[in-house]
Design a protein around this ligand. Sequence first.
Ligand code: SD4
Length: 330
Amino acid sequence: MNSRRKFLKTTGLASISVLAASACQPADKKKKNKRIVEPVKPLAISTWKNGMQANEAGWKVLSAGGRALDAVEQGVKVVEANPDDMSVGYGGRPDRDGIVTLDACIMDETGNAGSVCALENIKHPISVARRVMEKTPHVMLAGDGALQFAIEEGFPKENILTEKARKQYVEWRKTSDYKPVINIENHDTIGMLALDQTGNISGACTTSGLAYKMHGRVGDSPIIGAGMYCDNEVGGAVATGMGELVMKTLGSFLVVELMNQGATPQEAVEEAIYRIVKKIPGYQDFQIGYLAVNKYGETGAYSLHKGFNYALYANQENKLIDSDYYLKQK
Ligand code: SD4
């Protein structure tokens, strides 16, 4: 058994009683019990290699003293606009009917959240999600309703299926082999978390989802608590990979809640992966990666398979880092 897992198992009982006690404490007392370290801020952390460009854009906002919310929106927009990223926004691969449908969500430091799912013909779903958060009494708009709202808000309706994605789709149609198995080496959904100079945390997640999915399929990415979750008093988490596994375990909320109960970001993301291993038969066939950050700028990353990497911009440096992973024995 992996040593971290052993630690979580053997400390389980003790931590449950600590948690039970802390759950009864008023919020200000709970805070006094947290470890005190000098926070690393500002900071941006994003999934996959394209997270490097997201972090660069986010850093411009953060280093100028801007808000974490603006940093994550600006960051992921760069990836949404990039046609070479075939899992996000413009250039994303279509569903099995040849239609590109986009999912995105965003959350700010006050706990406000917005999201869109199954949105067509809009290049920047993350900005529509932000408008849902800021301008409507709702959290999520879907499909035609989301498109109608986007158009009313002035977003241009455009064809986001690129020639490259269309050609790949035509090729796929020759077999129509419908297996929504993600190539474990080739994800590029973007999930991003930022901690700004004032210590506020926000997060964003945006994707075109699984290539050749069923029309109408919505993944974890726009689901608050699944693809992304932030609690400004605790930290944030984002997920990438086969969304169905994340949805069944409400992964990002789980990670943040574990941090709320005292886990470090690394302990929390590892536990969220163990939860999938424990609960979901056939998990070996899919990749899942989690990132987390807490209020102190401590970060965590963990995935099921080898191959998950992420970009961390902290202490003035943007770095691409390979994540640790669960399935080592092969
Ligand atoms: C989904 N989680 O739609 C997304 C896909 C993804 O890297 O993250 N790919 O299930």
